[in-house]
Write a protein that binds this ligand. Structure first.
Ligand code: SF4
Ligand code: SF4
Length: 349
């Protein structure tokens, strides 16, 4: 089955194995096929027709992979694994092979009108002022529904951002779940709805938009705050200071290299504690926690252990999927730690 992958992407891997220790699923199983190198070999076998898409390993590993891209920054050959995975899932999850729960999710965010309807009952940020050339705050699709306080906090921290409510999904969900072309179309539509610079409170959306529209069009909120306002917090730090940890957004860190900015900001408002697995995927991974709840919980466990050991007051996130995953995990374990978005913590929530 040739033509599934872009040849230059697939050819780049030199099979050195440097990526294996960085891969959370390889960490869980210790099995080569669950590693980045093993999966690239499966992709090559699919491309050359040695294996078909019905092969059990091909089916399992295209779904078991978190898509966290932790294999990218450690790769000496510059393999763009995230792009390969998008092409793989685009092939594997076409038509009838797409999981039912995924179809419903993608349908919900497929049209800008549906995304707006999702957010209507919630009090997310919105401005009537219409700054044509931006900068604009992106509301996201599920964040505007599940965590509307995030955009309200971001808007208060950066009042120069206009927040038009007529904006749809960025397409990251589609691109990562077998609808690559639709994901790119939605990113372009959002780019037209929000001309100029787009500031987002979701690391995954930042990476997808930057990939399609170009990095110069996109900033994640903490990046924007540091660039525009410096690292001084808007209010006085609490006394005694809060013990604050952070969960990186995989795509923000591994895709865009943004991880210092939230740490710099948090160190100004409390006692920042670097968790050993702060940079490792929490298991939310877009739709992963919905499609593979048991594996997602296994990936989350070590994070919850570390949060408990560190006795954190607050665990900070920079992506709505991580927000939901860690909030639910902390609640299940009955930990005292609150989970909050960086925008909420900076405002003193
Ligand atoms: S994306 Fe993450 S889970 Fe998938 S192969 Fe790379 S490191 Fe492993
Ligand atoms: S993906 Fe990169 S680090 Fe992993 S085996 Fe291939 S070349 Fe080596």
């Amino acid at each position: 089955m040739s033509g599934v992958f872009t040849p230059e992407l697939l050819d780049r891997c030199i099979s050195c194995g440097f990526c294996l220790p960085a891969c959370p699923t390889y960490g869980l199983t210790g099995v080569e096929t669950s590693s980045p190198r093993g999966r690239i070999n499966l992709m090559r076998a699919l491309e050359t027709g040695v294996l078909t898409e019905d092969d059990p390993s091909v089916l399992e590993e295209s779904s078991f992979c978190l898509g966290c891209r932790a294999c990218e920054p450690v790769c000496p050959a510059g393999v763009r694994y995230g792009a390969l995975l998008e092409e793989w899932r685009d092939h594997m999850w076409r038509g009838g092979r797409r999981p039912g729960r995924l179809k419903a999710l993608l349908w919900a965010v497929n049209r800008s009108s549906r995304v707006r309807a999702l957010g209507l009952p919630r009090r997310h940020a919105r401005t009537t002022r219409r700054a044509r050339r931006g900068p604009h705050l992106m509301l996201g699709c599920f964040e505007r529904t599940l965590y509307p306080a995030v955009s309200r906090s971001a808007s208060r921290l950066a009042p120069e951002l206009s927040v038009p409510s007529a904006q749809g999904c960025c397409g990251a969900l589609h691109a990562h779940n077998g609808e690559l072309e639709r994901g790119n179309v939605l990113a372009h539509e959002l780019g037209e709805a929000l001309p100029g610079l787009i500031v987002t409170t979701a690391g995954g959306c930042a990476a997808h938009l930057a990939g399609v529209l170009g990095g110069e069009r996109v900033r994640e909120l903490s990046q924007w705050l540091v660039e525009r306002h410096g690292v001084e917090p808007p209010g006085a730090p609490r006394t005694p200071p809060l013990r604050i940890g952070l969960q990186d957004s995989c795509h923000l860190r591994n895709g865009l290299g943004v991880y210092l900015e939230p740490r710099e900001l948090l160190a100004r408002v409390g006692e920042y504690v670097e968790l050993p697995s702060a940079a490792v995927c929490c298991g939310a991974a877009g739709t992963y926690s919905i499609l593979r709840p048991d594996d997602s919980a296994r990936v989350l466990d070590r994070h919850l252990d570390e949060i408990a050991d560190a006795d954190l007051d607050v665990l900070v996130v920079v992506n709505p999927g991580c927000y939901r995953q860690l909030e639910q995990g902390v609640r299940r374990r009955r930990l005292r730690t609150r989970v909050l978005h960086v925008a909420e913590v900076l405002l003193g929530a």
